[in-house]
Design a protein around this ligand. Sequence first.
Ligand SMILES: Cc1ncc(COP(=O)(O)O)c(C=O)c1O
Length: 398
Amino acid sequence: MTKTQELAARGAEVVMNTYSRFPIAFDHGQGVYIWDMDGKKYLDFVAGIAVNSLGYNHKKLCEKIADQCQKLIHVSNLYYTEPQIELAEILCKNSCFDKVFFCNSGAETIESMLKLARKYADMKNKPGRDIITMEKSFHGRTYGAVTATGQDKYHKGLSPMLPGIKHVPFNDFDALLNTVDENTCAILMEPIQGEGGIIPADKEYLKKVRALCDEKDILLLFDEVQCGVGRTGELFAYQTYGIEPDAAAFAKGLAGGVPIGAMMAKDSAASAFKPGDHASTFGGNSLATAAGTVVINELICGGLLENVKKQGTLLTKKLLELKEKYDIIKDVRGIGLMQGIELTIPASPVISDAIDKGLLLVGAGTNVIRFVPALIITDKEIEEAMDILEKAIANAVK
Ligand SMILES: Cc1ncc(COP(=O)(O)O)c(C=O)c1O
């Protein structure tokens, strides 16, 4: 048995069986490369599923975390700390939002947004508490977030789900219009659906949704857990679309791999939360928020947003070239460094073959391969990934 097989076998004994894991165990990483326990090197186009925005062993991030550890890792949210305030200030200064609620994961940001939406309706004495979300969406695994998720497979065996959540087809304004009524208090969507298969919203659709929400005083909530924080080439995905939501959820890449979530809202909505309405023990702790300040500063001042735009363009070009060559590539979709190819065949054999050849890839639904590398990726690394991907695709059509 190799070291990696041995560790995977030990893990299967004691770690709860909630993931279909690959029999791979990782030891360390550098930049966009990661090594398993036996020294096999992989080019990582998964990045912890859009989490490791600065790659592995990023000097500034590691130094900041080490430094912060020696000062404070955590104090209660009964008090203020400098890293938390600093991160909240940078986030608010660079967005349309006025306030941040910090928590620890994507699902928690969604829970906090769902609660905020109902509290907002309560504050405004609106009769309705219904929240409309999208088919094919993914919002997380806690009860509210999984109910909001518009995919039946995630609801199986869990009923009763949270009441008052309705799903409509994505990018279909008429379907939304037909579902909105006096009981609707909010509309929740990912501007670019991730797990559902890398499906960007149409700009015109979002414009109409914003106008509808304004007309009816309904909150527009964006789940930017996967597509936010630099992935589209703007700091936030809503900026790519030129549409401002009332509140939005960020997590994954925000602290470069340290668990964090940030639900941000405009004052008009944020004011619905009063002391005691919502809380999180670890939310916004000093370690996570210190890490978050490094990521945001790198994006804004370190030229990383420009890199995402540049590399995103190259990735699209390379994927379109592959589409020209291979009929099994049906579609190329996405923005910046959140892209996907839809295949006419199941994606998993192609992904497994690419992994064998040293390229880590992840699917999104059955037929889509997703590309969400670290935002520091270079031209050379994209070329290397595309060479391996092409070999795996060529193998699949043999
Ligand atoms: C769009 C979106 N929302 C929410 C979540 C849930 O995030 P977490 O797994 O951190 O709870 C995810 C996770 O993949 C996601 O992609």
